[in-house]
Design a protein around this ligand. Structure first.
Ligand SMILES: [Zn+2]
Length: 495
C-alpha cells in the first residue's frame, strides 16, 4: 500500500512536483529554448525528487505534442505513455548501485549511446542513479563519452554523495542541488493525497509525519500510505500511533522546563514516568536532543527559524527558548549529548539521562560559587548598599507603582543581584520581563528612587538570572529583622 501511494501519485508534470522550484524553472527553460547541456548532475538527499524530475525531464524532451510555450509533457502521446510505463526504448535508467562494473557501463551506456534513438527525432536519455557507486574504470569510461558526447544523447547523473564523484565528471555536467522539502510543503502534499484517498485525519498528524520524514517526501508518502492502509476512511491518533512513534513533545517540554527552573525532583520523576509508560529510551533521547537543538537554534536565529513547525510545537519551543539563557541551553545540550553517548556502557538504561540532569545542576552550582567569589571581591563596599537595597526593595516597587502600575508588577518579580560603585544588576526570570522594565521613563524613576535611598547614582542593568528561582526565594525569604530595618529607613511607611 505504502509503495502504491508513492507510485500512484508520482507527479506527472513540473507543476505537480513538490519543492525544487529553481531547478524546475531552469529545466523547463532549457527544454523551451533547446539550449540543453549534454550532462546533468542532480545532487541532494534521498527522496527529494531527483529521479522524478529526471524522468519528467526526459518525457518533456521527447513529448510529441509539446507546444512552443510550455515544457509540460502531454502525458498522452506514444512517447509519454512509453515513458510513464517504463517501456521507453530511449530512456535508459541504470542503478549504479547494482551495476558497478566497468563492463556494464560499457555495454549499457557507452556502446548504446552511439546507437540512434529508437523513435525518430527523440533524445536518448541515460539516467544513472547513485552514480557515486560506479567503479573508477567505470567513471573513466563514462568520462570519455562525456568528453565527446554523441548527438541527441543526454546524461542525467543522480547522487546523494557528491564527494564520491570525481571532479572530472562534475566539471562536465550542469549541476543542480536538490534541497530537503520543507515540512509545510510536505504537509500540503499529504493533505492533497488524503483528499484523493477520501481519508480524514488531523493536520497535526500530517505535521508529525513530515517531521519524522526530515525533508524526504518519499518517506512521508510511504508513512502516510502505511497509516491509510490500516484505516477505514478515518485516522485517529491511536491508529496513527501504530505506525508513527509516539509523540512526546509535551512531556519533553515539561522535563526541560523542570531543568530550566532547577527542579531536579520533577525532572527525574518525568523521566521515570515516561519510562514506566513504555516510551522507548532511544526515541526519547533522540527527541530530547532534537527538542534542545531546535530551542537553541530558535534562541540564536529568532522566530524565523520556527516557520517550518506546526503551531503547537512552535509554541512549546518559543516559550522554552524565551525562558532559557543561551549559555544554559548550550550547556544542557552538551551534557545530554555526552552522557547519552556513553549509554552503551551503562548497566541501567536511564542512568545517562539521570546523570545529565544532575550534572546540569551541579556544574551550575560550581559556576555560581565561582561567580559569587569574584563578585564579592569586586563589589567590596557595595555589599552593604546591596543589603540596604534588598531590604527596601518592596518600598521602591511601591513608589514606582505611581509611575506605571503594570511595569511595577514586573519589577516586583525582579531582585537586586550585584551592586558596585557604578552599576546595579537586577535579576529577572525572563528576558520578556527585562524588556518590560527597561523603559526609559521607568528606569529613570527607578534610578531616582535608588538615589534617594543610597544617596548615590548608579546605572541600572537588567539580566535574566540563571538561578532565578533559588535567588528569588533567598531574596524573599529574608528574616524578620530585615523587614524591621526596612520600616526604619522609610519612616514606617510600609504598605
Ligand atoms: Zn507527450
Amino acid at each position: 500500500m505504502s509503495e502504491v501511494i508513492y507510485r500512484k501519485y508520482r507527479p506527472k508534470t513540473f507543476a505537480e512536483v513538490v519543492g525544487q522550484r529553481p531547478i524546475k524553472v531552469t529545466l523547463q527553460n532549457e527544454v523551451l529554448s533547446g539550449n540543453l547541456a549534454h550532462a546533468y548532475l542532480f545532487v541532494g538527499p534521498r527522496g527529494t525528487g531527483k529521479t522524478t524530475l529526471a524522468r519528467l525531464f526526459a518525457r518533456s524532451l521527447n513529448c510529441q505534442n509539446k507546444t512552443a510555450n510550455s515544457a509540460e509533457p502531454c502525458n498522452a502521446c506514444h512517447n509519454c505513455q512509453a515513458n510513464l510505463n517504463n517501456q521507453s526504448m530511449d530512456v535508459i535508467e541504470i542503478d549504479a548501485a547494482s551495476h558497478t562494473g566497468v563492463e556494464n557501463v560499457r555495454e549499457n551506456i557507452i556502446a548504446n549511446s552511439y546507437v540512434p534513438a529508437f523513435e525518430v527525432g527523440s533524445y536518448k536519455v541515460f539516467v544513472i542513479d547513485e552514480v557515486h557507486m560506479l567503479s573508477k574504470p567505470a567513471f573513466n569510461a563514462l568520462l570519455k563519452t562525456l568528453e565527446e558526447p554523441p548527438k541527441k544523447v543526454i546524461f542525467i547523473l543522480a547522487t546523494t554523495e557528491i564527494h564520491k564523484v570525481p571532479e572530472t565528471i562534475i566539471s562536465r555536467c550542469q549541476r543542480f542541488d536538490f534541497k530537503k522539502i520543507p515540512s509545510a510543503d510536505i504537509v500540503k502534499r499529504l493533505s492533497e493525497i488524503i483528499e484523493w484517498e477520501k481519508v480524514t485525519m488531523a493536520e497535526t498528524l500530517l505535521w508529525q509525519i513530515a517531521r519524522r520524514s526530515d525533508g524526504c517526501l518519499r518517506d512521508a508518502e510511504s508513512l502516510l500510505g502505511q497509516i491509510i492502509s490500516l484505516a477505514d476512511g478515518q485516522v485517529d491518533d491511536e491508529l496513527a500511533s501504530l505506525v508513527l512513534p509516539r509523540n512526546n513533545w509535551q512531556e519533553i517540554d515539561d522535563f526541560v522546563a523542570a531543568l530550566r527552573m532547577r527542579n531536579l525532583n520533577t525532572a527525574l520523576n518525568q523521566i521515570h514516568k515516561l519510562i514506566d509508560e513504555g516510551v522507548d529510551l532511544e526515541t526519547l533521547t533522540a527527541d530530547l536532543l532534537e527538542y534542545l537543538r531546535h530551542t537553541m537554534l530558535y534562541k540564536i536565529l529568532g522566530a524565523d527559524y520556527l516557520r517550518d513547525f506546526d503551531d503547537s510545537f512552535r509554541d512549546l519551543l518559543k516559550n522554552q527558548g524565551d525562558g532559557f539563557e543561551l549559555s544554559d541551553l548550550h550547556r544542557l545540550l552538551n551534557i545530554v549529548l555526552t552522557k547519552t553517548n556513553q549509554r552503551h556502557y551503562a548497566m541501567i538504561d536511564q542512568l545517562p539521562l539521570e546523570l545529565a540532569c544532575v550534572e546540569f545542576l551541579l556544574t551550575e552550582a560550581e559556576n555560581t560559587k565561582n561567580n559569587t567569589n569574584i563578585t564579592s571581591q569586586v563589589t567590596g563596599d557595595g555589599e552593604q548598599d546591596l543589603s540596604v537595597l534588598k531590604n527596601n526593595w518592596d518600598q521602591i516597587v511601591d513608589k514606582l507603582k505611581k509611575v506605571n502600575n503594570s511595569v511595577a508588577a514586573f519589577l516586583k518579580t525582579a531582585h537586586p543581584l550585584t551592586l558596585d560603585q557604578e552599576q546595579l544588576f537586577l535579576g529577572v526570570e525572563y528576558s520578556f520581563h527585562a524588556e518590560q522594565i527597561n523603559k526609559p521613563e521607568f528606569i529613570l524613576a527607578l534610578k531616582q528612587a535608588v538615589h534617594e535611598l543610597l544617596k548615590r547614582s548608579v546605572k541600572i542593568e537588567l539580566k535574566v538570572d540563571a538561578n532565578y528561582l533559588t535567588n528569588h526565594q533567598n531574596f524573599r525569604g529574608r528574616s524578620e529583622e530585615d523587614v524591621d530595618l526596612a520600616v526604619d529607613v522609610f519612616g514606617g511607611e510600609v504598605v
